[in-house]
Design a binder for this molecule. Structure first.
Ligand SMILES: Nc1ncnc2c1ncn2[C@@H]1O[C@H](COP(=O)(O)OP(=O)(O)OP(=O)(O)O)[C@@H](O)[C@H]1O
Length: 793
């Protein structure tokens, strides 16, 4: 059954239209585009449904075309407020939406009354608790003071999204045009200092991902999944019919409200299928989250369409069934390769016996690699699995009982992860753990250096640990895989015969470090009474919590007295939500070139050799704290950090180009097994020596494990934390020492080089007294360690 159209003039079915050029005259967006003072250049794209043209206002600032908002001031002057206060009669669905976010007391009256307009004045909103944050935004529960209505305010940090103004604009615009009970719409949006505020309905139960992390780590029961998926599918059907590809369908973007209302949110990376020019080109870039990405999104050339959402929907179904997405244990580039090379994941394993045949079938229909064989959302809604779906009011409601309020859950998750991080007491671990959890959560704005990815992918061991085989789909190799392989060969040929130089493209090189958020209020204008419900003074210890260098935005947001002076709207007070992000952001922060990735795939295939390191760590993803990510297992995984601005000290056991494998993420047994011929005997015992592309042969002690039993225990993961932690501490000490030693050796060599370049022979370090001394020191150190270990044993 088609979703409600935007207006009666809108043909109910558009899904078919998208497969052919869409004639302008039949577009269901505004025939007369609304003026776009915000982005004159994009005015033609600022369309809005006809029935909202008269209500949509792109007001405030009229500034020239600025694709990039470098500073808050620029941002403020470049982004206009768009208020879509729907004062006129709206469809029933909108009223339902509105009612769902009304405070209990007002709900009854609110449902009957006309939906009040929302103003584009920050003074009209009192920010309450933080209820989530993602790649670019912090989301607050807030009160719209004129009607005392509870809303969510998404504060997008424009400093962080300065290279993706299109995304910002699209998200705000798309959200404001949404008119469907299962899609989050934006009431209005406007700039407040460095932030774009998007006002939207408050979804009191947060995202499905959140809920799973808090209470359902192994996923939901089938009836619940069925309800959630059906609502999500209705949202997708609607969006596709309106010409949008969501591109980021995942449990983290499925939001729930108390009465069991389910809505799809986050249009940060959505695309219009009818776009041409710049925006069309953006569909040739990776946008989305690796685990949820359809194969065709990862392949160059062909392009993709709304069917990519159907794939993501299938992955989301698995996510809801298992508590995590398939392949989520792997680093992103491995996910990419597996998505292309392996059979699609499914519900085929022992643990999935509890699920019905129709559920499995439905998932299998979505996860077909050939996008043309995937059903449309509309067709999928007719699948037998959804026929018997119970109303979400019943099923979803049942999973929401006895839970604390959303903000308390968010706080608890934050504290839990902060505690885990504190336990590690390792700055690099912190960074890696965040990176890993970020990845596991599935970031939208993942951003990395393709060269690094190539290096890292080449280090990925093709033999996966047995415990994660299950999700690989390796056992399910089928005809599709053969197709996939042949496509990959084609990609390879294409790349090698084309004008690809073989050089990896480095399109962004964005480097991120840890996110730091600070919340502050500047009570501008009114000295007696800070009228907006924020918050705390900058620098106030209460407003900033710092746990082992990880400073999080204070959740203890204090509600201050609100202004009663309505005339002073926007003047009596100003609220400022500052998010200081200690990261550098450059252009294209969440895309990278698909061809470059294909080159990676090609290289990987050509390479064909098995590598020594079994990498389980993440790529150097932008490290970003996220409420969503905070409950993800904190795992010290090593991972490449070469692209990060600050290279944390760690024990490097292998350097491959710019890639470093740290002792933390190298399989201990394998390290021990590395051939070390030609290395002094002492170093072979209990040390791993590997070739470093950068520095030649150097003795590096990865894990001096004298006790093979202990080593086995460590490898099979049965060892307890109490055993492991001292060992790791010991390791850190050793590696710090070794790093210093290596530095000394290097500087000695350099000095020697200068002194007598002709006499210097590589490998003749023994003739150098200084170096001999250093090596002796190393031996001594090793002996001490060995003795200590023997004592411990
Ligand atoms: N309307 C809402 N009501 C309640 N919570 C919300 C709402 N919108 C978002 N959230 C919470 O805030 C989180 C972050 O929001 P959102 O996904 O829009 O930010 P983002 O920066 O675009 O994230 P992403 O990393 O997915 O790109 C959500 O996962 C959800 O938990």
């Amino acid at each position: 059954m088609p979703s409600p159209p935007l207006g009666s003039h809108v043909p109910p079915r558009h899904a078919k239209i998208i497969t052919r050029p869409f004639p302008k005259s039949t577009t269901f967006f505004a025939l007369a585009p609304i003026s776009c003072p915000l982005f004159p250049r994009f005015s033609h794209q600022f369309t809005t449904p006809l029935h909202t043209v008269s209500h949509a206002r792109a007001t405030r600032v009229n500034v020239g075309d600025r694709r990039r908002l470098g500073s808050g001031t620029a941002a403020a002057s470049a982004l206009a407020a768009t208020s879509v206060g729907r004062t006129m009669g709206r469809s029933g669905s909108v009223r339902r939406t509105a009612a769902s976010s009304l405070p209990a007391a007002a709900a009854g009256a609110g449902a009957a009354a006309a939906v009040p307009a929302f103003t584009a004045s920050p003074g009209d909103y009192r920010l309450l608790e933080e209820v989530g944050y993602g790649a670019n935004a912090v989301v607050y529960r807030a009160v719209f003071l004129p009607s005392n209505r509870i809303v969510a305010v998404k504060c997008l940090d424009l400093d962080r999204v300065n290279s993706n103004l299109d995304d910002v604009r699209k998200e705000a615009q798309t959200m404001s045009l949404i008119d469907h009970p299962n899609v989050i719409r934006g009431y209005c949006s406007f700039v407040v200092d460095h932030n774009l505020w998007v006002i939207m309905p408050f979804m009191a139960e947060g995202s499905c991902l959140h809920l799973m992390k808090v209470a359902y780590p192994d996923g939901f029961e089938e009836p619940v999944i069925c309800s959630i998926l059906k609502e999500t599918l209705k949202a997708l059907d609607y969006l596709h019919q309106q010409g949008h590809i969501h591109r980021d369908v995942k449990a983290g973007n499925i939001l729930m409200d108390s009465p069991g209302i389910v809505k799809l949110g986050d249009f940060g990376v959505s695309a219009c299928m009818f776009d041409r020019g710049d925006r069309q080109r953006s569909r040739n870039t990776f946008v989305g989250t690796p685990c949820w990405m359809a194969p065709e999104v990862l392949q160059p050339g062909a392009g993709y369409n709304f069917k990519a959402d159907i794939w993501s929907f299938g992955i989301t179904a698995l996510e809801l069934a298992h508590g995590h997405a398939p392949f989520s244990k792997y680093p992103p580039m491995k996910v990419l390769l597996m998505t292309l090379q392996n059979a699609p994941p499914g519900l085929d394993y022992d643990r999935d016996k509890r699920f019905s045949k129709s559920f499995k079938e439905m998932v299998a229909m979505c996860l077909v690699k050939d996008q043309t064989k995937r059903p449309t959302a509309e067709k999928l809604l007719k699948h037998s699995f959804f026929k018997n779906a119970k109303p979400p009011e019943l099923t979803v409601k049942s999973i929401l009982t006895d839970l604390p309020p959303l903000w308390d859950r968010v706080k608890a998750l934050q504290l839990k992860d902060a505690a885990q991080l504190a336990l590690k007491k390792m700055p690099s671990c912190e960074q890696e753990a965040l990176s890993m959890s970020e990845y596991q959560r599935g970031v939208s704005a993942w951003n990395f250096d393709i060269e690094d990815l190539k290096a890292q992918a080449s280090l990925i061991h093709d033999d996966d640990p047995p415990e994660i085989k299950e999700d690989d789909g390796n056992d399910r190799i089928n005809e599709e895989d053969k197709d996939s392989c042949s496509r990959l060969h084609f990609v390879s040929d294409e790349l090698s015969s084309g004008n690809h130089s073989g050089q990896p493209k480095n399109l962004n090189g964005n480097h991120f470090s840890e996110q730091t958020c600070v919340t502050a209020v500047s009570p501008g204008g009114n000295t007696h009474e800070p009228s907006i419900g924020l918050i705390s003074e900058p620098g106030n210890a209460d407003s900033e919590r710092k746990v082992d260098g990880y400073r999080k935005q204070g959740s203890e947001i204090k509600s201050l007295p609100s202004t009663s002076n309505r005339d002073s709207e926007g003047q009596n007070c100003r609220s400022e939500v500052k998010q200081k992000h200690n990261r550098s952001i450059t252009e294209n922060s969440h895309i990278f070139d698909r061809e470059a990735a294909a080159q990676l795939v090609s290289d990987k295939q050509k390479n064909g050799t098995k590598r020594t390191a079994n990498l389980s760590g993440p790529l150097a993803l932008p490290t970003r704290a996220s409420a969503n990510s905070l409950s993800a297992p904190v795992r010290s995984s090593g991972g490449y950090v070469g692209s990060l601005g600050d290279k944390p000290k760690r024990s490097v056991v292998e350097i491959k180009g710019r890639f470093s494998v740290t002792s933390e993420n190298v399989d201990l047994a394998k390290v021990q097994e590395v051939p070390t011929s030609g290395i002094p005997r002492k170093l072979q015992e209990g040390s791993a020596l590997k070739k470093s592309a950068s520095v030649g042969h150097w003795p590096i002690d990865a894990k001096p494990m004298s006790n093979s039993l202990q080593r086995k225990e460590l490898c099979n993961g049965s060892v307890s934390a109490s055993v492991l932690i001292p060992h790791l501490r010991n390791l850190i000490q050793q590696t710090t020492f070794q790093q210093d030693l290596i530095t000394n050796l290097l500087s000695n060599l350099q000095q020697n080089d200068k002194a007598d370049a002709n006499q210097y022979r590589p490998g003749t370090v023994d003739s150098d007294t200084g170096l001999q001394e250093e090596l002796k020191t190393l031996y001594r150190q090793e002996e001490i360690i060995d003795t200590r270990e023997e004592d411990n044993a």
